[in-house]
Design a protein around this ligand. Structure first.
Ligand code: SDX
Length: 428
């Protein structure tokens, strides 16, 4: 195969090098395009055909339904690793030794105390405020309490910023949920594991001893692993582009949280549950909602279905579907919503509209069923997605800064008015 691409523009041929990745993905390197063609650029709404960077963190094969973090399969990691190990792997590139993992966890615990004044910020929000708006604001507010931005040239400064956010973010997540539930904003217990402590911070009641439930711990640990990174999705691209202006890590993460909130992205896990509830209220009439999803006049989409990259089953959805059965059974919960979801999945997988467009269940289709079974309010579902995605965002931000990537600034094709003379108001 030639290692160049040739473009003929206005009768002139131009050659551009091909980049081939470690999984044989091929890209045309158009870094010189505008210069050699006198200003010609490309346009690609939604960047469906455009790579923003080279990255060594996560590999997806949408056609084969493959997902790997630093070369390890998502199936292996979900089965054999724990979330903090996976966070370490994504951020530092290797699975940690026991000593490395213990030190990482100890350093995170050391930095997990949050300034009491953050409580004043939380208490200033209406109780009914959507948790994604609260957590995005609190994450940005961390900058006010940790003003020195990361000196990325210093490994120590980078490491400290990483353990700081991995320590504080779970506290902010727990406080955001507890605020809505009218519970006191306090800490968990640093003698516990990372995920055990998250659950205790979220659910501990002031009047009772908190009893760990292994089923919940294992379920949350697996869900967080499955959400931990996903190459250049909308929110990760947001974190990278905000960070490319050398805005701080916390500010970049806050922007990523806002991007994740959208119902086409992470907000879909809440929208799926609301959709399934609506179908249940409607007597379980999935056919009506399938028809709505296919009706071009109807803005309704089958939430939790379809994906920009996966044109096969989302491997995460497969794992979560199995876990949903196990967790609900272990918790002794009979949730009719799960049966509605499975019925909807079967219908869509056999429907020409969905088959032709290769629309399969994605990560958001079943995750909410588990969160609900765990007692997490539906408005918190996307916050849980952010909690899982945090190490991926950190890893991608760190890679972008350490590689000294240029500030993200796309071009455009102007289609507005040509030059026109100004008219004074009495002549308009
Ligand atoms: C996540 O990118 C990532 O990696 C994201 C994520 C991650 O881990 O970070 O995986 C997490 O965001 C998962 C996706 C969650 N979103 C949803 O479940 C919302 C519902 N899905 C869609 O809105 C849609 O599928 C997207 C947004 C996910 C993908 O949209 P694309 O790639 O821009 O595809 P498209 O909108 O151009 O759709 C192609 C066709 C269209 O029909 P035609 O114009 O060809 O006739 O498929 C149709 C769409 O109308 N279509 C759907 C549909 N999804 C696509 N029709 C009905 N229901 C749907 N869900």
């Amino acid at each position: 195969m030639s290692d160049k691409a040739t473009l003929e523009i206005k009768g002139q041929k131009h050659e551009f090098p091909l980049i081939v990745g470690s999984e044989d993905e091929v890209a045309i390197d158009i870094k010189t395009l505008r210069g050699v063609t006198g200003g010609v650029t490309t346009i690609d709404p939604g960047f469906k055909n455009t790579g923003s960077c080279e990255s060594g963190i996560t590999f997806l094969d949408g056609e084969k339904g493959i997902l790997r973090y630093r070369g390890y399969s998502i199936e292996d990691l979900a089965e054999k690793a724990d979330f903090l190990e996976v966070a370490y792997l994504l951020i530092f590139g290797e699975l940690p030794t026991k000593e490395q993992l213990d030190k990482f966890h100890a350093d995170i615990k050391e930095k997990s105390v949050v300034d009491e004044d953050i409580k004043k910020i939380i208490e200033s929000f209406p109780k009914a405020a959507h948790p994604m708006g609260v957590i995005s604001s609190l994450t940005s507010a961390l900058t006010s309490f940790n003003p020195s931005s990361v000196d990325v040239s210093s490994d120590e400064a980078m490491y400290n910023a990483i353990v700081k956010i991995l320590g504080k973010f779970p506290v902010l997540v727990a406080w955001t949920m507890r605020r809505r539930m009218g519970l006191p904003l306090d800490y968990g217990d640093d003698s516990l594991g990372y995920v055990e402590n998250i659950l205790k911070m979220m659910f501990k009641r002031p009047d009772k001893e908190y009893v760990q439930n292994r089923v919940l711990v294992d379920a949350l640990d697996k869900l967080l692993i499955l959400h931990a990174d996903h190459e250049q999705n909308c929110s990760t691209s947001t974190v990278r582009i905000v960070g490319s202006s050398h805005a701080g890590l916390f500010a970049s993460l806050s922007a990523g949280i806002s991007a994740l909130w959208g119902p086409l992205h992470g907000g879909a896990n809440q929208a799926v549950l609301e959709m399934l509830e609506a179908i249940k209220e409607d007597g379980g009439d999935t056919k009506k909602y399938m028809a709505k999803a296919k009706d071009k006049e109807d803005p309704f989409r089958l939430m939790g279905f379809g994906h920009r990259v996966y044109k096969n089953f989302d491997p995460r959805a497969k794992i979560i579907k199995v876990a949903a059965d196990e967790v609900l059974a272990d918790l002794g919960i009979e949730d009719p919503i799960l049966d509605i979801a499975k019925g909807l999945e079967q219908e869509a997988l056999n429907d020409e509209y969905f088959v032709k467009r290769k629309l399969y269940p994605n990560v958001d289709f079943y995750s909410g069923i588990i969160y609900r079974g765990m007692g997490i309010p539906v408005e918190m579902f996307t916050v849980m997605f952010a909690l899982g995605r945090l190490p991926g965002w950190i890893a991608q931000w760190k890679e972008m800064r350490l590689r000294k990537e240029p500030i993200g600034r796309p071009r455009q094709v102007y289609t507005g008015e040509n030059f026109r003379e100004f008219k004074s108001i009495n002549k308009r």
